[in-house]
Design a binder for this molecule. Structure first.
Ligand SMILES: [Zn+2]
Length: 236
């Protein structure tokens, strides 16, 4: 079956009609933007190919944001491009974060996880009590660490000295993940904002068009009724 081909009004490429969008279906602001970049304005019957409309949409969103903010960050530029192409920006951040962790970082996370649990506190207290009881009550004069438990003090100091930097490492990773999450949330919010603004405009445009066609239809019906009533003998 032969496909109807049309020429894109912007790049002049011949494409299948179902790969193009009529200029009248463009949002008013996008159409105005396209017109501002051309010597002649787009006609209602003109067709625009998808790559051209995506490019125009991306440029228009960038200009709109530039007007609002004065300067755009790399994230804003990236989100604008993705919004124009209707690409998703949401990703599974946890998997990405854990996937990029080194073995040392994973170990620090595990130490912080175990060290910050009631299980560890209970086991540690149990070990301490056992050490004290064995050295004070059971071994007597053969105690390997008699009162005032100097060896135990040394062991505890070593554990504390090691645990603190390891937990700090893990905390730094948590902070980095929070920053990543905040960046990610900003991207999603910005894209949602742009998409919702576009949808609002599209809906207003559709309502306006429907309203106009409804009025035309109603006018045609009234004309038809007037014609019929004229044809009827003695006005009915
Ligand atoms: Zn084109």
């Amino acid at each position: 079956m032969s496909q109807l081909t049309v020429a894109c009004a912007i790049c002049n490429q011949s494409l299948r009609a179902d790969h193009c969008t009529p200029a009248r279906a463009l949002r008013p602001s996008l159409r105005a933007f396209c017109n501002s970049t051309r010597s002649t304005p787009l006609l209602d019957t003109d067709e625009i190919c998808r790559p051209c409309s995506m490019r125009a949409r991306s440029k228009q969103l960038t200009e709109q944001l530039l007007k609002e903010r004065g300067q755009l960050s790399a994230i804003e530029l990236e989100v604008t491009a993705k919004a124009a192409l209707h690409e998703a920006v949401a990703t599974n951040l946890e998997a990405k974060f854990m996937g990029s962790a080194t073995r040392g970082q994973k170990l620090a996370d595990a130490v912080a996880r175990v060290g910050g649990s009631w299980g560890f506190v209970t086991a540690f207290m149990g070990a301490l009590c056992a050490w004290l009881i064995i050295n004070s009550l059971f071994l007597g004069s053969k105690a390997f660490d008699p009162y005032p438990y100097i060896l135990l003090n040394l062991a505890l100091s070593c554990v504390a000295a090691l645990q603190a930097p390891i937990i700090m490492m893990s905390q730094n990773r948590v902070s980095a993940r929070d920053r990543m999450q905040a960046d990610h949330d900003f991207r999603i919010n910005l894209k949602a904002e742009l998409e919702i603004a576009g949808l609002h405009e599209k809906l207003d445009h559709l309502l306006h068009e429907q309203w106009e066609s409804l009025i035309t239809l109603q006018q045609a019906q009234l004309d038809l009724l007037a014609e019929l009533s004229e044809k009827l003998p003695n006005g009915g």
